[in-house]
Design a protein around this ligand. Structure first.
Ligand code: ADP
Ligand code: MG
Ligand code: MG
Length: 319
């Protein structure tokens, strides 16, 4: 048996993304339990359907507080803490803007500037009132909407990892569409996580990130976007302007233990750009990053937790 033949891959489509689970045993039951767990989490956190725990909070905006389950309360608390940081480009109350743009969904439009100005008034994370005692969440202003899109996949990837560990699984990989969490090593040593070539066919890679027991999360402007009049509009919005974040970056990849950190930091660092991010990361040793820029540079932060192998001569490693 070659090393690769020991790996069993299971796939599904959940949360609007292709999901891939790799195990080192043939175990359909375990795979379907993992997919069921993901669905369960999605049902609590989604804002793409009328009913979920998060939607019950949104429906009560400007009206009353809603009690949620402990894990959802903790996730919302974490999202608020990151969102209220000074100059944070992560804002989990960005829902009204996301719904207005509909980027990645049918009917996407470029909203009028006056519309965006109006919606920005109901996207202040300070207006989310949390009560520990009753585990309840109150959105202070009518029309406010929580959107956990920038943190949910990371959180769920960690839930899957913890479940697999409980099942005594020591080697596995879960990919929730750009959000990878790994247990142990792969078939031939470290896991090899491909970094997609921006705006190219899905098979083309600009490099490979090798990790063991780590999460690898990528957020890029080439994932969900639409074009109108020669202008490209992608799905990571600037909470200050209401328009898609615009800087030198094509993508940010975060390598960390927990995938929730990866998901948070991709969005957070996206807004900072390369220079500020590299400085910022010097004080956050457990978070490492790979940046890809529009002028085809690849910049790695410190590399204690991963190695990077370039694969495309059009992209150059700098920094
Ligand atoms: P993906 O995993 O799809 O690449 P991200 O983790 O970068 O996405 O999160 C993007 C999603 O988060 C968007 O689809 C939207 O729902 C929401 N979002 C967009 N802009 C922001 C922002 N500035 N802060 C927090 N959430 C955002
Ligand atoms: Mg994400
Ligand atoms: Mg994110």
């Amino acid at each position: 048996m070659t090393p690769d033949e020991r790996v069993y891959a299971y796939s599904a489509v959940l949360m609007g993304s292709p999901i891939l689970l790799k195990l080192f045993e043939h175990n359909e039951t375990l795979a379907s339990n993992v997919f069921r767990l993901i669905k369960l989490q999605e049902n609590k956190l989604t804002v793409n359907r009328q009913q979920s725990e998060v939607m019950s909070v949104n429906h009560a905006a400007g009206n009353h507080a809603v009690a949620v389950s402990k894990p959802v309360f903790d996730l919302i608390s974490r999202a608020k803490a990151v969102s209220v940081q000074e100059n944070s480009s992560f804002n989990f109350t960005i829902g009204p803007l996301v719904k207005r743009w509909k980027i990645g969904f049918s009917g996407n439009t470029v909203p009028a500037a006056t519309d965006l100005q109006a919606l920005l008034k109901i996207t202040d994370p300070h207006d989310v009132i949390l009560d520990e005692g009753t585990q309840s969440v109150f959105l202070h202003k009518t029309g406010m909407e929580i959107d956990l899109g920038a943190i949910a996949k990371g959180y769920i990837a960690d839930v899957v990892r913890d479940f697999l560990l409980e099942q005594q699984v020591t080697q596995a990989l879960i990919n929730l569409g750009g959000n990878v969490q790994t247990l142990g090593a792969g078939a031939e040593g470290a896991w090899a996580i491909g970094l997609k070539k921006p705006f190219s066919d899905p098979e083309s890679l600009i490099g490979v990130i090798n990790v063991t027991n780590k999460s690898v999360v990528t957020s890029g402007i080439y994932e969900r976007y639409f074009e109108l009049d020669g202008q490209r509009y992608h799905h990571i919005l600037d909470p200050k302007t209401g328009y898609p974040l615009d800087n030198e970056l094509l993508s940010v990849t975060i390598i960390s233990d927990d995938s929730i950190d990866g998901d948070i930091y991709t969005t957070l660092l996206y807004g900072m750009g390369v220079k500020k991010s590299l400085r910022y990361l010097q004080n956050v040793p457990h978070i490492e990053a790979v940046f890809v820029t529009k002028d085809q540079q690849i910049i790695c932060s410190s590399q204690r937790q991963f190695t990077f192998t370039p694969l495309d001569t059009e992209y150059h490693i700098t920094g």
